[in-house]
Design a protein around this ligand. Structure first.
Ligand code: HEC
Length: 239
């Protein structure tokens, strides 16, 4: 008899424990219930996303923006480069090369500076620091020249880069010509191309509708195939 009681107690305790566990699980499920995020993962404000946006954007129209650039603002922006660069004539190389005359000059323009292999590779592809190349490099150095040892995140603001490039040009590169304004780079230049596409899409559409009745019999019956489209026309609201 005492043995039965003992087992009753053991089972009772086990059941009680299981019950408590279930209750706690359910309760914590209610308390700590959380919706799964719509997108998994962390949002990282990566330069790559900016890259996508900027590539869609037109490159600056240098012939228009350089003459009106704010040189003082450009010089102020150069403060961000000064930890590693100076742009004074005859200035020494630092962590980065001296930048006097770099605008329009050759990539790796300082003979004595130990550039990275990445920069040498870039030089083989794009030998000159033209306005577009500098702009791309300063936007995101590591994206434009993957593996560069210039550890600088980049300047995202287009006007700041324009001012900075204009000021750098004034440091030993004023002989590097400013190109004529380029209408293809002016805002809205992309719009006509979209407009042209619309009629082109319209043309095949009319051809297609013309073909549909032709599936039927020769010319005499064309009036009859014309009817089905009318009969079926109530259908589209359903679909
Ligand atoms: C943390 C240091 C550092 C900062 C900050 C920095 N740079 Fe550099 N920069 C370098 C180094 C190092 C190189 C050489 C890169 C290589 O060899 O890959 C370089 C290379 C360059 C070059 C190529 C020079 C040549 O002779 O081909 C330009 C142009 C340049 N930097 C411009 C800038 C500008 C403009 C800024 C500021 C917006 C800036 N850098 C900020 C370190 C820096």
């Amino acid at each position: 008899m005492s043995g039965d009681l003992k087992w009753n107690k053991i089972f009772g305790a086990a059941l009680g424990t299981a019950f408590v566990i279930l209750v706690v699980q359910q309760a914590s499920g209610l308390i700590y219930h959380s919706e799964p995020p719509e997108k998994m993962g962390y949002f990282v404000d990566a330069p790559d996303e900016v890259a996508g946006a900027e590539q869609a954007e037109l490159p600056p129209d240098w012939g228009t923006v350089l003459p009106t650039a704010d040189l003082a603002a450009g010089e102020a922006a150069f403060a961000r480069c000064q930890a590693c660069h100076n742009a004074t004539q005859g200035g020494a190389d630092g962590i980065g090369p001296n930048l006097y005359g770099v605008v329009g000059g050759p990539v790796m323009h300082r003979a004595g500076f130990a550039y990275s292999d990445a920069m040498a590779k870039h030089k083989a592809e794009a030998p000159t620091w033209g306005y577009d190349q500098l702009n791309s490099f300063i936007t995101a150095p590591a994206r434009y020249v993957p593996g560069t040892k210039m550890s600088f995140a980049g300047i995202r603001d287009t006007q700041t880069r324009i001012n900075l490039i204009a000021w750098l040009r004034s440091q030993g590169s004023s002989g590097f010509a400013i190109p004529a304004p380029d209408p293809a780079r002016q805002p809205g230049a992309a719009a006509p191309a979209e407009g042209e596409a619309a009629p082109a899409e319209g043309a095949p559409a009319t051809e297609a509708t013309g073909e549909a009745p032709a599936v039927g019999e020769p010319a005499t019956t064309q009036a009859t195939p014309a009817a089905p489209p009318a009969a079926t026309s109530p259908a589209p609201p359903n679909s």
